[in-house]
Design a protein around this ligand. Structure first.
Ligand code: IVH
Length: 642
């Protein structure tokens, strides 16, 4: 099957150029086309799929927990040098212990992420473990596979090896994630390290995949021991195998060179695309490392020179409450965080910048003489309606969906390019329209006249015409856009698309109960409940009716699978299937009109079981439900198709 092999090789090369070297040779769409071509070939003959195929990054279905597994050798951490003096003292100890024989250091940046160990067999990624307690880590293989700079297959001949390195979230991805979280009413991550950890340790690999994590390799081990005689050589080999190895590294012949390296990157710290908290210095020769040995906790052959955290003291003047689109309030933090810090207006606090543009309050340094303790207002500061904090959430919500603050945010969201794409209707105009009382809901946009618009300050007839043209055009946009535009909490671009495909019309969606909603792909209880609640509100239903009256798209080409060969049958998947991931098996079943459910009941038609199937298999046997292997499932799909 050399066509498939050629495609994979080609795709791997472009992934390497893009994600590791940051030097793409082809456009994103040309890359997508290659990937799609491979997907089509694999779909036509699923027996061609191999776990190291570039199509197999996001595979595993959400899991129930992580399995703990032992490391090949302990993953320890480093002793710190908090200033130049301590770094020089470390160097002195090394020189003394080596009896003044010549040696050199390798200096690398200390990336602020979390360490991970990844095992390869026959050039293919097998297992990824977090550091855990150092002797045992958590199996995060499915999530690690979604990190694009971590190769699923490597170059070279090395049969079995382990690479250790740092998982990081680049600042750009971190800021984007925090902005999204704020929009959704979730707490911001304090720093990229927390968000890398949070992203790697989620149960759903699809989430990890969306988080744009990066992996930088810094150790190459064979049988738990350094694979090369020198650390520098190991780094070079890692780079040759296709791993991302930080180019900011150097061989240092003495402590002066080391100090210079530390100073240089301290100055460049701000311009790096990721967070660093220092420099790591390692004695290069493994034989010398062996002689230097370890203390109970740390290697004597390496040190972490730590930079000072970027902190400053400041006085809290006032704790403000802001109201966002979904009615979520957040300032620097949320109510719980304010309570945890015990901060009040008037206090002097320590603030720290880490990866984010918004500084984080670390702690109260001194209480103010005059203190105004924070209290979440019972009424929305903008509209005066009552505020409530749903159980399990960290934010309070203004319950009035036409609250001017919420209204402005929701109109701006409605008009955004990726939503109903109303050109010219930006934040400023939205503000004017709401303040002038011309817009009380998104539906009012469709009643605006040229006169009204042109009458606003700084609006000429030309701009007003442009806005009206955009509003008119929005009526031709497909249902997923409209659905996204409604601003139902937890229904963003992707969910809107899936809902539209499943239900085929806004009316069908509106009528669906929670159980029916959960039949749609990727819709769980939380999303289903949110949709039900939204449609339960009279005000929202009225807006929907007016949008219908205005002529927006309310129907969608339903992806109808009722004629499929598995129509009417319900499947439950359990255990690890030999070649298909759960998501793939689910897709195949759904494409043939079948349903996939999470639990076994009398309504289950078949249970498809793989290796290590557990309680679901037992339950199936108990209820006398037929159990299929993957091969039998394939046969069923094949036979019935014929
Ligand atoms: S070497 C025994 N090299 O910093 C050697 N660590 O305490 C252990 N880190 O847990 C690590 N960049 O998470 C090493 N270039 C680098 C590093 C690095 C970041 C982290 C790692 C480790 C901690 C050191």
């Amino acid at each position: 099957m050399s066509k498939v092999d050629d495609l994979r090789r080609e795709i791997r090369r472009h992934e390497y150029l893009y994600y590791v070297l940051d030097q793409p040779e082809i456009t994103d769409s040309a890359y997508d086309a290659l990937l799609r071509e491979l997907q089509a070939l694999e779909r036509a003959d699923p027996s061609l799929i191999t776990p190291d195929s570039p199509t197999q990054r996001v595979g595993g279905a959400p899991r129930e927990g992580f399995v703990k597994l032992p490391h090949s050798s302990p993953m320890l951490s480093l002793d710190n040098a908090l200033n130049e003096g301590e770094l020089r003292a470390f160097d002195q100890r090394v020189r003394d212990l080596l009896g003044n024989e010549p040696f050199r250091y390798v200096a690398e940046l200390k990336l602020d992420g979390l360490s991970m160990a990844v095992q390869y067999r026959e050039q293919a990624l097998q297992l990824a473990l977090t550091r855990g307690d150092g002797s045992e880590g958590e199996d995060v293989t499915a999530n690690a596979r979604t990190i694009r700079s971590l190769p699923l297959r490597v170059n070279g001949e090395r049969a079995g090896f382990e690479v250790r390195g740092e998982v990081v979230m680049p600042n750009a991805a971190f800021q984007k994630l925090n902005a999204e979280r704020e929009q959704e009413g979730l707490a911001r991550y304090a720093n990229p390290r927390n968000s890398s950890a949070g992203s790697l340790r989620v149960l759903d690999p699809g989430i990890t995949a969306s988080r744009q994590l990066d992996f930088y390799a810094y150790f190459l081990l064979a049988d738990g021991q350094p694979a090369r005689a020198s650390h520098w050589e190991a780094l070079e080999e890692l780079a040759a195998m296709g791993f991302k190895v930080n180019p900011a590294r150097a061989v240092c012949d003495d402590v002066e060179a080391l100090v210079a390296f530390c100073r240089r990157y301290e100055a460049e710290r701000e311009s790096l695309p990721y967070e660093i908290d220092g420099v790591v210095a390692k004695v290069d020769a493994v034989e010398q490392q062996r002689r230097l040995g370890w203390t109970a906790k740390f290697p004597r052959w390496a040190i972490a020179f730590k930079y000072a955290a970027r902190q400053a003291e400041t006085v809290v003047e006032k704790i403000d409450v802001q109201v966002g689109r979904t009615g979520a309030r957040s300032t620097l933090h949320n109510e719980d965080e304010i309570a945890r810090l015990g901060v009040a207006a008037g206090d002097t606090v320590l603030v720290e910048r880490s990866g984010d543009v918004i500084p984080k309050v670390v702690k109260v340094v001194r209480e103010g003489e005059v203190r105004v303790p924070f209290q979440m207002p019972a009424a929305c500061p903008v509209c005066g309606s009552s505020v409530s904090r749903p159980e399990g959430e960290v934010v309070s919500r203004c319950l009035n969906s036409s609250c001017p603050a919420r209204l402005k945010e929701s109109v701006a969201h409605f008009a955004a390019r990726a939503v109903l794409d109303i050109g010219g209707l930006g934040d400023v105009l939205v503000e004017q329209l709401v303040n002038a009382g011309l817009v009380h809901s998104v539906a009012d946009l469709y009643d605006l006249t040229l006169e009204q618009l042109a009458g606003l300050e700084r609006m000429g007839t030309k701009s007003a015409e442009r806005v009206l043209a955009g509003i008119a055009r929005s009526k031709t946009l497909p249902l997923p856009r409209v659905l996204n535009g409604l601003g139902i909490p937890f229904v963003g671009e992707r969910t809107a698309q899936l809902l539209a495909e499943h239900f085929g019309s806004l009316d069908a969606l509106r009528e669906a109960d929670e159980a029916q909603l959960q039949q749609a792909t990727e819709v769980g209880p939380k999303v289903a409940q949110s949709i039900r609640r939204w449609f339960a509100e009279e005000r929202n239903r009225a807006v929907v009716e007016r949008l219908r009256g205005a002529g927006l798209t309310f129907t969608h080409q339903k992806v109808d699978r009722s004629g499929g060969v598995l129509a009417g049958l319900t499947f439950v998947l359990t255990g690890t299937l030999p070649s298909l991931s759960r998501e793939q098996a689910k897709e195949m079943i759904e494409a043939a009109g079948g349903k996939v459910s999470g639990s076994v009941s009398k309504k289950t038609s078949y249970v498809v079981a793989g290796e290590e199937a557990g309680s679901k298999l037992e339950k199936a046997q108990e209820l006398g439900i037929r159990v299929l292997t993957e091969a039998e499932l394939r046969e069923m799909l094949g036979k019935l198709e014929a």
